[in-house]
Design a protein. Structure first.
Length: 219
């Protein structure tokens, strides 16, 4: 399991990855400080050292741009997403990195929406959609204008624990059918009354075959 990053570490790492993809070289310590409003180069250096100690960077302190990012596909067509072991009980994620068990890099054509994340399927909660325990479930953000009829969403009906639900609209409101076996459907007036965390955009499975490259790049 990769060590968790705090918010500023996550943001700095994301900035460095984006900068490197765009420029083919790393930002300097001073440029990182300017990007995040950090006046002290010593403070920036301490953040970089923390990233190095957690295994995300290799540093050469003698060089201004002497940083190597580890375990990241730096192609501009790739995006790195946090992966969580389960949906949190309170339905909230406290930033990229906090609570994530690892980071996985995917082609942007598979997961291009900003704010997407991955959750590991557990038990039989998603068996009706073909997901097995341990699969990676892609959750993409939704906007007010998204058509969700028939979609599988992550929501918190009544402000309770989050779960996976299939959306079906009818003349009496919106029916949410839980994907957990044996759970009765819930009817709500509209989706605006729910805390919708996102919708399922895909399921990824890693087959532990003896040969062949892995489909995921750990970050």
């Amino acid at each position: 399991m990769s060590p968790s990053l705090n918010d500023i570490e996550r943001r700095i790492l994301d900035y460095m990855v984006s900068y490197l993809r765009a420029n083919t070289y790393q930002p300097s310590i001073r440029e990182i400080g300017e990007e995040f409003g950090i006046k002290s180069t010593k403070t920036v250096s301490e953040h970089l050292q923390a990233l190095a100690e957690k295994g995300f960077l290799e540093r050469d302190p003698s060089r201004s741009r002497g940083v190597k990012i580890l375990g990241v596909d730096l192609s501009p067509d790739a995006i790195t997403l946090p992966c969580y072991p389960s949906l949190p009980d309170d339905g909230s994620f406290s930033g990229f990195g906090e609570g994530a068990e690892t980071y996985l890099t995917l082609d942007r054509r598979l997961a291009g929406a900003r704010g997407s994340f991955l959750v590991r399927a557990r038990g039989e909660e998603l068996v009706s959609m073909g997901a097995q325990s341990g699969d990676y479930v892609l959750v993409e953000p939704v906007s007010d204008g998204d058509a969700l009829d028939g979609a599988i969403i992550v929501a918190r009906p009544g402000g309770g624990a989050p779960g996976y639900y299939r959306v079906n609209r009818n003349g009496h409101g919106v029916t949410l059918q839980s994907l957990r076996p044996g759970v009765e459907a819930i009817v709500v007036p509209d989706l605006e009354s729910l805390a919708v965390m996102g919708r399922i955009g895909g399921v990824f499975r890693h087959f532990d075959a003896p040969a062949g490259p892995s489909s995921f790049t750990a970050h």
